[in-house]
Design a protein around this ligand. Structure first.
Ligand code: FBP
Length: 554
């Protein structure tokens, strides 16, 4: 393998463990915490998870290790979208497993949940693991998005687990994957398989968190990577003084990534989906909000700026969600073929006009034609519009352009408007993990093995107090059912982990709200620069602004 200089030296990095896990395996014991309840719908969740519901939170503390000696054969999967640090979760898991007993075995199932279903795995050894320490990506075993939810699937996983002598399975994933982990844990317990299931909180989106899980891994590195790029663009904008940059950032649903990037770079505009939904903002209202900033800055001679748009924004605009729902209906069944057979866009436009309600058609009609057509081009496997493919950064810049034209004609806007568009998503998901993510992920993996060794199942590996230096981190476990509630999915009530959206009364949003009016008019950009791996702590160990504000630390 060709190694870059950074890759070579990152292999040598020794991730930091929480203080209480540093004394060696023989010095780790369990302190029981309080019993837990699900975040909502307690009776229903309890009834669905009779073997794993209501268990105690636990913390690991220094003391004699009282876990029973037992050969462990652990299977691990990476599930869902890539997030920086995934390799280190596996490295931490491997190191704790081998430090406990060198005869223990770690199997990596390939391609996400499919690996468990197809019994497709590799057995890790030192040389294999050493080639992935402190590196980005999920290429060690790959990932996948197959949902593990049916009894048939669980039967197959149980049979493969039995065949390989698995004592535990670790699922490294986001809210959907950890919902699967909870359901699989319950199945394994109900069927006395002896297989424990432990989850690890992953997702760059930052929406898998609660008072115990302070951050999902990957959020730190991904937002620092996007913020570096946004800062560079801000500096370019401030140098050339001729473009407005519309930058969409990943985050399928929640706007945590956009908010963190805004706190790090102080752009002129950042939309927050959760606020758009709470205020029931229309597309026109959002357009006017951005156009006001462009107008004021243009009239001050500053014909440039930066606007951050969260990937999931359009689904938070009530009128747009309604339009999408009507389009899904309009093209249901064989009507897609009928639509596609129409000779040209004019005929299609008439079909749409006749099929939509007058309110939804009014929304459709103000969209730029490329978005109108995009809505009818791309469908997901269920025949629905693929909202994530809508180029919302272009949508808003086009709408702002038309609005500014009107303002120019009315004589209120005197500036010039030229736009550039960017989408930052995949650029950040496989970056070399920051020191924080390298340490946090290694600790999550190491800790996951301690949970296995002490016999827990249906738990999420939990490392908290993470806004402080690693020696003050607290390691333990939280029953996954604590995060669950009932939600409607495909016409059925299902137990799922509740997604943590941006809280509009939370400190990160409040800080942004208090400053955004000034940022909208006055150039206030900040340039975070690249992630630093070596050097003084004040540049190498910067906590995300989100976590710092939530925890009240600077
Ligand atoms: P997870 O929730 O699985 O961590 O994935 C999040 C994410 O990175 C989103 O930000 C993005 O919308 C999506 O994955 C992209 O998915 P894909 O890799 O399938 O294109």
């Amino acid at each position: 393998m060709n190694l870059s200089p950074l890759q070579k030296v990152r292999y040598e990095y020794k991730p930091k463990l929480p203080g209480m896990l540093r004394n060696g395996i023989s010095e780790i014991c369990v302190k029981d915490g309080a019993a837990t309840e699900s975040v909502a719908d307690q009776d229903k969740i309890k009834a669905l998870f009779p073997n794993t519901y209501g268990k105690n939170e636990i913390t690991f503390v220094k003391g004699t290790n009282t876990s029973a000696a037992k050969k462990q054969v652990v299977g691990v999967i990476l599930s869902g979208g890539q997030a920086p640090g995934g390799h280190n979760v596996i490295c931490g898991l491997y190191d704790a497993l081998k430090a406990t007993d060198k005869n223990n075995v770690l199997l990596g199932f390939k391609g996400g949940p499919d690996g468990l279903l197809k019994d497709d795995y590799v057995e890790f050894d030192d040389a294999f693991i050493d080639a992935y320490r402190n590196t980005g990506g999920f290429d060690i075993i790959g990932s996948g998005r197959t949902k593990l939810e049916t009894k048939e699937q669980f039967d197959i996983v149980a049979a493969n687990a039995k065949k390989n002598g698995l004592t535990a399975i670790v699922i490294i994933g986001g809210d959907d994957s950890n919902t699967n982990a909870a359901t699989l844990a319950e199945y394994m317990a109900a069927n006395n398989t002896g297989v424990q299931v432990i989850g690890c909180p992953k997702t760059i989106d930052g929406d898998l968190k609660n008072e115990d899980i302070e951050a999902s891994f990957g959020f730190d590195t991904a937002t620092k990577t996007y913020s570096e790029l946004i800062g560079n663009i801000e500096r370019d904008a401030n140098s050339a003084k001729k473009y407005w940059h519309f930058i969409k950032v990943m985050g399928r649903s929640a706007s945590h990534v956009a908010l963190e990037c805004a706190l790090e770079t102080q752009p002129n505009i950042c939309l927050i989906g959760e606020e758009v939904a709470a205020k029931k903002m229309s597309l026109a209202a959002i357009t006017n909000y951005i156009a006001d900033s462009v107008e004021k800055r243009g009239n001050n001679g500053e014909n440039f700026g930066v606007a951050i748009i969260p990937e999931g924004i359009v689904e938070f605009v009530p009128e747009f969600s309604k339009l999408i729902a009507e389009i899904n209906e309009l093209l249901a069944g064989n009507k897609t073929e009928q639509f596609n057979a129409l000779p040209d866009w004019n005929a299609k436009y008439d079909f749409i006009k006749n099929g939509l309600s007058s309110e939804s058609f009014a929304v459709f009609d103000i969209l730029p034609q490329f978005v109108q057509q995009q809505l009818f081009l791309e469908r997901d496997p269920h025949g629905n519009v693929q909202v994530s493919l809508i180029e919302s950064e272009k949508l808003f810049s086009e709408m702002v352009k038309s609005e500014l034209k009107k303002r120019k004609e009315a004589g209120t806007y005197k500036g010039k408007f030229g736009a550039q568009h960017h989408f930052f998503g995949y650029e950040g998901r496989c970056a070399f993990p920051s020191n924080f993510d390298a340490d946090y992920c290694y600790s999550l993996g190491y800790n996951a093995f301690m949970l296995i060794q002490y016999g827990y199942t249906g738990y999420l590996s939990k490392v908290s107090n993470i806004s402080k230096p690693a020696d003050e981190w607290v390691a333990g476990g939280m029953p996954i059912t604590k995060m669950m509630n009932m939600e409607r999915r495909n016409g059925e009530d299902k137990p799922v982990i509740r997604k943590a959206l941006v809280e509009l009364d939370g400190a990160p949003f409040k800080y942004f709200e208090a400053h955004r009016e000034e940022w909208a008019v006055k150039t206030s950009f900040t340039y975070p620069g690249a992630i630093q791996y070596f050097g003084p702590s004040e540049v190498c160990d910067i906590t995300t602004k989100t976590l710092a504000l939530e925890k009240g630390v600077n």
